[in-house]
Design a protein around this ligand. Structure first.
Ligand code: BGC
Length: 383
């Protein structure tokens, strides 16, 4: 009898281990919670997971091992009400169906590479042209569409470690690239993202996160009245395929000046500006005034009605501010909400687009004896 009970217990445990739908939650010594549930199956039958990181003040960030995607994120308004402030889907099926990189980790190379070609150590590499004639965000199956290995980390602040090794030749890039990304939900309502990577062959790398924020707390609205500050005195003008021309243009005297806080609506529709025309609005890379690799403030977004403030700090030299210009009301997101034109904005910390073809831009080359390491922090507060 005793043996039967034991066997049943073992069987139950085994079933739990093999079923990712078996919820697990772990409370660490600081009362932080890391919970894991199923996020649904991929078309090939693989299970995906959704982890919830929760801090002591009540902020909740949900992250999937599919694409390392930040799926939802609650932040308090000026009345202390926590609401979801990012675009996303209810289950993995939505992401598989196709969304423009909602919340995802982007790699091996974030942003565009002209004509999907670059030369490294005398060898030409060809990538998929998945954005007109250009390569965008790591290719047809970039880091946003792969299954990462997730490990919750206990400690003073809840964290999730994600690892993935991209194979030599995967999506056309050279070198086996081992990537580690750690999301840490800090006590001060900030999500810190630490990126690390090593390679066994010289390669190129530009990792980022592609979360679409809408600080209204109502995702059925646009972000045009959000007030943005970018600590950047130059931006990169682009050609009609959104590839930088190579010029670093001062922001002073044009609609790209966000050195002082400004409503997005003030300049985004100014089609007398050739760059607004080219980008269909703001979809450009701003060069941070402080070019050091220290963690410095890159951007701040303020939404006056809710009082929410989002500050972005980074060790990276630049930030792509994309105002959701290509969202066109065809994607149904969480809770059945249709994501309208400009219902979310992205602040993608990174190196400059098309760096592999622009020797004057800061290098994005990673060699076998080096470690790629960057940090970005997204911090919420109220005003
Ligand atoms: C790019 C946009 C693009 C979006 C989604 C952004 O990083 O700058 O041009 O439409 O990603 O793909």
């Amino acid at each position: 009898m005793k043996k039967q009970v034991k066997t049943a217990a073992v069987l139950f445990l085994l079933a739990c281990v093999s079923m990712t739908s078996c919820n697990t939650s772990k409370k660490d010594n600081n009362n932080n919670m890391i919970e894991k549930v199923s996020f649904g199956k991929l078309p090939d039958g693989q299970e995906t997971e959704l982890y919830t990181l929760k801090n002591a003040s009540g902020m909740e960030v949900k992250i999937s091992n599919f694409g390392g995607t930040v799926v939802s994120w609650t932040a308090p308004n000026n009345k202390g009400v926590y609401e979801d402030v990012i675009l996303g889907c209810d289950s993995v099926a939505g992401y598989v169906k196709g969304v423009p990189y909602f919340g995802a980790l982007i790699g091996r190379f974030g942003n565009r590479i002209a004509n999907g070609k670059f030369t490294l150590e005398g060898k030409e590499y060809t990538l998929a042209q998945n954005n007109g004639v250009n390569a965008l965000h790591g290719g047809l199956k970039g880091f946003d569409k792969v299954l990462w290995t997730a490990t919750p980390i206990e400690g003073e602040e809840p964290a999730l470690k994600l690892t993935y090794t991209a194979k030599d030749g995967e999506e056309g890039y050279p070198g086996n690239l081992s990537v580690e990304v750690v999301y840490t939900l800090q006590k001060d309502n900030a999500l810190k993202i630490d990126y690390k990577a090593t390679t066994d062959k010289t390669t190129i790398i530009n990792l980022t996160n592609h979360t679409y924020f809408n600080l209204n707390g109502n995702l059925d609205s646009d972000i045009l009245e959000h007030e943005v500050t970018l600590n950047a005195d130059k931006f990169l003008p682009v050609d009609k395929t959104l590839i930088p021309t190579g010029e670093l243009k001062p922001v002073t005297g044009n609609v790209f000046d966000f050195l002082k806080s400004k409503k997005i609506s003030a300049g985004i529709n100014d089609t007398t500006d050739t760059q607004i025309k080219a980008g269909g609005g703001y979809d450009h890379c701003w060069v941070l005034t402080d070019s050091t690799k220290t963690l410095k403030s890159a951007a701040t977004v303020y939404e006056p009605k809710s009082g929410r403030v989002l500050e972005v700090l980074t060790t990276e030299p630049a930030i792509q501010f994309y105002a959701g210009n290509f969202l066109n009301g065809t994607i149904k997101g969480k809770n059945g909400i249709i994501y309208k034109h400009r219902s979310g904005l992205c602040l993608e910390t990174q190196h400059y687009p098309d760096s592999p073809n622009k020797p004057a831009f800061p290098s994005t080359v990673l060699k076998p004896n080096e470690t790629y390491q960057t940090t970005t922090v997204y911090k919420f507060s109220v005003k």
